[in-house]
Design a protein around this ligand. Sequence first.
Ligand SMILES: [Zn+2]
Length: 135
Amino acid sequence: MQLLYVRYLANRPVDEIQCVAQTRRRHRCTIPLLTPESPAGVWTLVPNPAIHGQLPLHGAVMAVYALTHLPYAEQLRWRAQRCPKHAAIPTAADVAVAEWEPFDPLLHHDHIHTRLPTLTRRPGPTGRSRRAPQL
Ligand SMILES: [Zn+2]
């Protein structure tokens, strides 16, 4: 995942990353960060970071889910790991800390993929696919 110019490793697939805010019933919110209403990121291949003088592992590129084209507030929402509803309520407490780990090419080399993932998401009921604006 790439947001705010930093690469992070999530502890679960992109569409399963869950809000960390606390609901009024004191349970963790179950809404995912990626909702049908929110702008989606794009899978993209980026240069694989070289590791301290070594050649890059697994070839020259790696797949990341990039949010860098989203509005700044959306990227902050993702980094705070909040669903759109709780992003609008900054006073709601978090039950869990955000689960991002800064991506480390040495520690996380198993997560480096040189090809884009096969997307399993289907277009919504309207049949229109939601496309992020290209910059
Ligand atoms: Zn939430």
